[in-house]
Design a protein around this ligand. Sequence first.
Ligand SMILES: Nc1ncnc2c1ncn2[C@@H]1O[C@H](COP(=O)(O)OP(=O)(O)OP(=O)(O)O)[C@@H](O)[C@H]1O
Ligand SMILES: [Mg+2]
Length: 253
Amino acid sequence: MSVSVETRDVSITFGAGPAAVRVLPGVSFSVSPGECFGLVGESGSGKSTVLRCISMLTDIWTGDILIDGKSVRAMPLIERCRMVQMVFQDPYGSLHPRQSVRTVLNEPLAIHKLGNREERMRKAITDVGLPLSFLDRFPHQLSGGQRQRVAIARALILEPSLLLLDEPTSALDVSVQAEILNLLQRLREERGFTYIMVTHDLAVVDHMCDRFAVMLHGEITEVLPRDAIPANGATHPYARELIGASLEYENAH
Ligand SMILES: Nc1ncnc2c1ncn2[C@@H]1O[C@H](COP(=O)(O)OP(=O)(O)OP(=O)(O)O)[C@@H](O)[C@H]1O
Ligand SMILES: [Mg+2]
């Protein structure tokens, strides 16, 4: 099932009193069902915060976030977890060192009291291209790419419709990055997932995303189609500069 996502005037303030910092002054964008939507922009511009708001990892934001037309605030926890899952940048930090892959994959199934656990775990591990024997491995017995596959399997096990990907390949070697991006691409084609993907790499946007938003200081400067990259079709100065720098880098390498 594919779902749409809409954020309307989402704003978040961290801290209180004179120390209060308003990080997203009012972010609005829409993502179509089955689309891969990129979020790019400088460090600290609020990309991860947008994903944390959508997934309700933080709930102190104002505005509206609708998934398939339904407010995420109104969704019961179980429905939300089965609808939205997140994959983080650091596959080393996101897996507990003393938990086997089986334990990692079993946890969401146990929390949500789902049946056929062994079957679901086998399917999830196979779906991400790992052999079944990996269910009995621990994180230190996995490569970075394999760990990220496990993190993706954990996200898939509740059969979500929306995946929020926060720089899912930036901690990996270039060749492994390509493998993981191809895996994500294949999963989206097969399952019709909607993706929102944070990346600092416009080559990744070019490879994966249909459209992307360029963020600066918590605001979206511009939403562009992927094919605006090669000829730098951005109109906002910061977006033009970002794309220009990336094209220069590519030409030089
Ligand atoms: N819990 C928090 N408390 C206070 N400030 C926060 C909190 N979370 C994020 N911020 C601030 O919000 C801003 C946006 O952070 P965010 O992590 O969303 O940036 P980002 O675009 O993902 O950056 P990067 O590319 O470095 O990952 C930063 O200035 C950060 O310091
Ligand atoms: Mg971030």
